[in-house]
Design a protein around this ligand. Structure first.
Ligand code: SF4
Ligand code: SF4
Length: 300
């Protein structure tokens, strides 16, 4: 299962970044596919990318939300919100474990042979801070003189943007090097810190920061695809706690197996010796209970 997941992660990174014909004259693709959001962190300005990043698109919608509302315009970002809602309702946070290129990058960093350290659980709350303030509040309420906000998370935080867009564009467009300032150096330091952290801790960006992962994760308990933990068949070996990349301690009862932290990598499902973890597909149709009074079938 995990070999298949790695293959899917690699394939999806190529599907979202297929541009191998990049030239300095044409560093960023701006064709029709850029109107579609890829279900993972993949910077819009990455020279190899052909899709939009849903987190960037969401912030963009919020930067112009008040301006558009004043004008009575219909560009309110409903497409992005709807796309995230549909993906989340179907599979919850599964794209983080299977499709996100920056997730794969962190998984590969962790393979570096260095002593590993744990992840303080309270840092999981960082995701709420970055989603609420950097993605929603600041872009909507801090407007410049033109009446528009800024994409605060992309501009001041996102290490994926520095890795996938900032650094490659400096190589492809030498003119940009003269424009480097404090902002770029700050973001470069953030990227280096996350790379070093990823070498010693599994998925630190996904666990402490990623607002997109949190949005998908909020659907985990209600999505069509869910995980189910059968306590009766658990032999309490605690192997699932050792292998879980995001520290979901469901066997101990500290977390729900469908916690917002779960990226649905399915490691626990494939490795559990007791078969205590299962996939569950919820049905939108209520099963017919023949004895139930008032059942439409009985009324025939
Ligand atoms: S790996 Fe399976 S059997 Fe072991 S503690 Fe986790 S759920 Fe229980
Ligand atoms: S709970 Fe299981 S599926 Fe979820 S992240 Fe942990 S190991 Fe992966």
């Amino acid at each position: 299962m995990q070999k298949i997941r790695l293959l899917v992660q690699i394939l999806s990174s190529f599907i979202s970044n297929p541009r191998l014909w990049i030239t300095p004259e044409n560093p960023i693709y701006k064709g029709p596919l850029k109107h579609l959001c890829f279900p993972g962190i993949n910077c819009y300005s990455c020279p190899a990318a052909v899709f939009a990043c849903p987190l960037g698109a969401l912030q963009n919608a919020f930067t112009s939300l008040r301006f558009n509302l004043k004008l009575g315009a219909s560009h309110l970002g409903l497409y992005v919100i709807g796309s995230l809602g549909i993906i989340g309702s179907l599979v919850g946070r599964l794209p983080c474990g299977w499709f996100c290129p920056f997730g794969l990058f962190q998984d590969l960093c962790f393979k570096v042979r260095l002593p590993k350290i744990g992840f303080p659980r309270y840092l999981n709350w960082g995701r709420y801070f970055f989603l609420i303030f950097f993605v929603i509040v600041l872009p909507i309420f801090f407007l410049d003189s033109t009446g528009f906000g800024q994409t605060w998370f992309c501009k001041y935080v996102c290490p994926a943007g520095t890795l996938e867009a900032g650094l490659p564009l400096l190589v492809l467009a030498p003119d940009l090097r003269d424009a480097i300032g404090l902002l770029f150096y700050n973001k470069f330091v953030i990227l280096v810190l996350f790379i070093l952290w990823s070498m010693v801790t599994l998925r630190p960006f996904c666990r402490a920061v990623c607002p997109l992962g949190l949005i998908f994760g909020l659907f985990n308990r209600f999505s069509w695809l869910r995980l189910k933990f059968n306590k009766e068949t658990c032999v309490e070996c605690h192997a699932c706690e050792l292998i879980c990349p995001t520290g979901v301690y469901f066997a101990k009862g500290e977390d729900d197996i469908n916690s917002t932290k779960c990226i649905r990598c399915l490691k626990c499902l494939s490795l559990c010796p007791g078969g205590a973890v299962e996939l569950e597909f919820s049905s939108i149709l209520k099963e017919c209970n023949e004895d139930e009074k008032g059942c439409a079938c009985n009324q025939k």
